[in-house]
Each structure stands twice: as structure tokens, then as C-alpha cells.
Ligand binder design. Structure first.
Ligand code: BGC
Length: 263
């Protein structure tokens, strides 16, 4: 547990499902005030359940609809956090999408959609949080959700890999720029995690087997294992950590093909 997170206000984008949801619940367990951002009206019921769970575990929560690609929606998220809880201390830029297409067939529309959600959306989240932190003299913390694909090339997902590669240098650049203000900006690179985005893939035994071969630790990660890294990065336990990509991937980035020692 991280006592310094008690009473802190955190915004988590894309928090209705998957890793974002696990982060929301975990910050709730740390008695934080959680702003759950969600995208679609269809997710309202899910966010209500998350709010209930957070309140039950001692935290506080509110759900705010918004599209991370829209400046006005991101501004509204910050406004809602401040109006509801009085401040903003932590921004978790988590919302992301992916789709599989051979690169020579990828439409400009699909490219733009993934880049604007995954990369531009995170930039807007960073920019607005930074602006608020600076104006209010808050030594806040930002955590961007990246992926092992900020390192590992991923055929058929060039837009996704490009967005995650962009997050890496965006995080490092912002970390360098705002270090003198003691604002910390880090990212997390999850590997294969049990989330709705991957549900179809992992429900096919053959596809799942293929993914497991890429994970030296031999299992698909749980969203809670990623949330555990997010609370640490956001807490004062990580007070001297900035510009880091924390890899949580069961060893996926360790060249699993070399596991038997050949080469
Ligand atoms: C993707 C997953 C994928 C994993 C490992 C993640 O960033 O969202 O779909 O299984 O990387 O390749």
C-alpha cells in the first residue's frame, strides 16, 4: 500500500475496461479520488460498478465521459476532477486501441484513428495535466500506458507500434523538460495482458499457445499486475524516478528465442 496516495486525485483515461479499470480499482484501494474516464455510452453500467467497488474499498470516484482525441474533452476531464475533488495530482493516460491490418492495406483513416487515440490523446492528457500542475504549483505525476511494442516491431500493427514508439520519446522528452519543476513523467510497457482487447485472441487455444511461447514466465499477465506498477510509479516511493519506461511483460522483451542458450 502507498499511504501518500490517500486523498490524492487521479484521472485515468479509458478506465471502463482492462488495464484502465484495474488501475481505477487499485487507486481506489489506495483511498485516492478517482476520475474514471470512459468513451462510449455503452460503458456507463460498467463505470457504475467500478465506482461502487472503489467506494466500498475506501476511495472516492466519479465517471466522466470523454474522447481523448478531443482537446475540449480532455480539458473537461481536468475541470471535472478539480470541481469534484478540489485538485489533480496524478494523470494516467491509458486509453488506447489497436487493429490488425497488413501495412500495405492500412487506410489513412485507420492510421489516423490509432495515432490520434494512442499518441495524440496521450499528448493532450500530458499537456493539460502539465498546464494544471504548473499553474497550481503541484509536483504531480503522469503515467503513460505504452506497450512492449515501443521496443518490439509488430507486423500488421504498424500504426499501433508507431504510436507506442512515439509515447516512449514523448515521455522522455516531457520528463526532461519538466524535471526542474519536480513533475515526474513515466510510462509502463505491458506485454500480453488478459484484457477485453485481447479476449478473442486468447480464447483461441492455438493463438494463445503462440503468444505463450513469447513469454518466458509462461503466463498471460493480469491487469492487476500492471495496476500495481502504476500506483508505485505515481506514489512518492518513486520520487526520484522520471522518464522511465517500466516494462511489465513476463520477460517478453528479453529475446525469448534465445532462452535455450543458442544463437
Ligand atoms: C497489445 C496486445 C499484445 C501484446 C503483446 C500489447 O501492447 O495490446 O494485443 O498481445 O502487446 O504483443
Amino acid at each position: 500500500m502507498y499511504p501518500d496516495l490517500n486523498g490524492k486525485t487521479v484521472i485515468i483515461t479509458g478506465a471502463a475496461t482492462g488495464i484502465g479499470k484495474a488501475c481505477a480499482i487499485r487507486f481506489g484501494q489506495e483511498s485516492a479520488n478517482v476520475v474514471i474516464n470512459y468513451h462510449s455510452d455503452k460503458q456507463v453500467k460498467e463505470t457504475e460498478k467500478i465506482i461502487e467497488e472503489i467506494k466500498h474499498s475506501g476511495g472516492n470516484a466519479v465517471a466522466v465521459q470523454g474522447d481523448v482525441t478531443k482537446e475540449e474533452d480532455i480539458k473537461n476531464l481536468i475541470r471535472s476532477a478539480v470541481e469534484t475533488f478540489g485538485s489533480l495530482d496524478i494523470m494516467i493516460n491509458n486509453a488506447g486501441i489497436e487493429n490488425e491490418v497488413p501495412s500495405h492495406e492500412l487506410t489513412l483513416e485507420d492510421w489516423n484513428k490509432v495515432i490520434s487515440t494512442n499518441l495524440t490523446g496521450q499528448f493532450l492528457g500530458c499537456r493539460e495535466a502539465l498546464d494544471y500542475f504548473l499553474e497550481n504549483d503541484i509536483q504531480g505525476s503522469i503515467v503513460n500506458m505504452s506497450s512492449v511494442h515501443e521496443i518490439i516491431p509488430w507486423p500488421h500493427f504498424v500504426h499501433y507500434a508507431a504510436s507506442k514508439g512515439g509515447i516512449k520519446l514523448m515521455t522522455q522528452t516531457l520528463a526532461l523538460e519538466y524535471a526542474p519543476k519536480k513533475i515526474r513523467i513515466n510510462s509502463i510497457a505491458p506485454g500480453a495482458i488478459n484484457t477485453p482487447i485481447n479476449a478473442e485472441k486468447f480464447s483461441d487455444p492455438k493463438l494463445k499457445e503462440g503468444v505463450l511461447k513469447l513469454i518466458p514466465m509462461g503466463y498471460i499477465g493480469e491487469p492487476e499486475e500492471i495496476a500495481a506498477t502504476a500506483v508505485w510509479l505515481a506514489s512518492t516511493q518513486a520520487s526520484y524516478v522520471t522518464g522511465l519506461t517500466l516494462i511489465a511483460d513476463g520477460g517478453m522483451t528479453l529475446y525469448p528465442g534465445f532462452q535455450a542458450g543458442k544463437g
